[in-house]
Design a protein around this ligand. Structure first.
Ligand code: AMP
Length: 417
């Protein structure tokens, strides 16, 4: 028989991590719903064209997309990110603005798998469409900061930049192209290949041979239009007023071509491996129009769940939630009692589990321990005939015999409820 394992870059998320993922998403929902964001669940695949709008010079689109022709002959792709889907949804549904939505779920990119980099990875994120007020940029950033705080993370650094409007960006790209072209031979082979396609991405290179040329490269700040420059100043003032710390990094370009004006990235100082970026975002004022909608400003962020949890591990925060099973029924009558007791306790809202196959008392007590139960309810032949049950605290081992028909009340008391 063939045996199978998960495909490269994918993982099974099993206990106790799976519950941790859910609470991660729940904490995120709590933070952003309290700020007026509504949940959106876009489909996991869309017409390829939706993602091509993300940028035809973006690696995520050109090299990493899971695109294929479906059985109906449509060119579709698994989503590599969700901003484009949200903008497509905006164009399709034309909701009232500002449209504030949040999402959580997997994305797919054909990347080289390694720790913190997967082919299927999860993100949580928000998008706001229809507002270009710099106050909003600061508020969106502050939400992410608040979320990290709720997780308990302390080592998170915020980098901030402005990529200007599309004219500024094009001008900057031309200036950069000229700068790097004059020193072409000194660039790494990878950067030479990137240069013609997207000179801004060369700034992202981490290769040592590119470092000096990048340091000497012209600055985006010198290319910003007056409007974009004053927007950027206003975002910074609003962040400072809100007590959000940041560093301006004018080499921050980010992987997606649609960014305009404000861009930002969160880096974990607790992760030592190469992948320390745990989230990022920015404005994408031209994207809705690219997707056939009215000219609409937009801003949002996506935070990587997988990597953020690695940062939580590194800081020893946001562990797996406690087990939901509080009571374990140990049935020494051959199994005839456990079913009814489970039903009664579960109906009363008490997390309860049991063993099967008439296992020994000792084995059942071991299972109770493994389940993380606080109490064991023990019923043997004597208790069955006397219509009683023994409640035993797992920690300490004290026990009491109670009437079967008052079991729920006694269990509640023993649990301190
Ligand atoms: P991006 O959508 O590329 O702006 O990425 C936003 C965040 O998603 C990053 O900061 C990472 O935390 C996370 N992320 C992106 N790509 C991957 C990946 N292949 N595996 C795990 N996390 C990822």
């Amino acid at each position: 028989m063939p045996s199978f394992a998960t495909s490269p870059g994918t993982r099974d998320i099993i206990a106790p991590d799976a519950a941790r993922w859910r609470s991660f998403q729940q904490v995120f929902a709590d933070v952003v719903e309290a700020a007026g964001f509504a949940h959106i669940i876009p489909p996991m695949f869309e017409d390829l064209g939706v993602f091509l709008r993300v940028g035809e010079t973006t690696e995520i689109v050109t090299k990493e997309m899971y695109d294929f022709e479906d059985k109906g002959g449509r060119r579709v792709a698994l989503r590599p990110e969700q901003t484009a889907s949200v903008c497509r949804a905006f164009v399709e549904h034309r909701p009232v603005t500002p449209w504030k939505v949040w999402y959580a779920g997997p994305n797919f990119r054909y990347e080289k798998p390694q720790q913190g980099r997967y082919r299927q990875f999860d993100q949580v994120g928000v998008e706001v469409l229809g507002v270009d007020d710099p106050q909003l940029d600061a508020e969106v950033i502050a939400l992410a900061v608040e979320f990290y705080r709720r997780l308990g993370l302390r080592g998170v650094q915020l980098s901030l930049n402005s990529l200007g409007d599309s004219g500024d960006r094009d001008r900057y790209a031309a200036v950069l192209l000229a700068h790097f072209s004059t020193h072409r031979d000194a660039l790494s082979a990878e950067s030479r290949a990137t240069l013609e396609r997207n000179p801004l991405r060369v700034l992202d290179s981490k290769r040592p041979e590119d470092a000096a040329l990048i340091a000497a490269a012209p600055r985006m700040a010198d290319q910003l239009s007056e409007a974009a420059a004053s927007h950027f100043v206003a975002v910074q003032s609003a962040l400072l007023a809100g007590g959000v710390g940041f560093v301006v990094n004018d080499r921050l370009v980010r992987g997606l071509d649609y960014y305009r004006r404000t861009t930002f990235e969160f880096v974990s100082t607790s992760l030592v491996a190469a992948h320390t970026a745990i989230g990022g975002g920015g404005r994408y004022d031209g994207l809705v129009a690219e997707l056939g909608g009215p000219d609409t400003p937009g801003i949002g962020f996506a935070l990587g769940l997988d990597r953020t949890l690695l940062a939580c591990d590194a800081e020893g925060v946001f562990g797996a939630p406690a087990a939901r099973v509080e009571v374990f029924v140990v049935d020494a009558t051959g199994g005839s009692e456990a079913g009814a007791v489970c039903t009664e306790l579960r109906r009363a809202g008490i997390g309860t589990d049991r063993a099967y196959d008439d296992r020994s008392m000792k084995a059942q007590m071991k299972s109770a321990d493994r389940a993380g139960a606080r109490l064991a309810i023990i019923i043997g032949d004597d208790e069955r005939s006397a219509k009683t049950a023994i409640i035993r605290t797992m920690e300490g081992g004290s026990q009491q015999t109670v009437q079967r028909d008052a079991l729920v009340t006694h269990v509640r008391q023993a649990l301190g409820r």
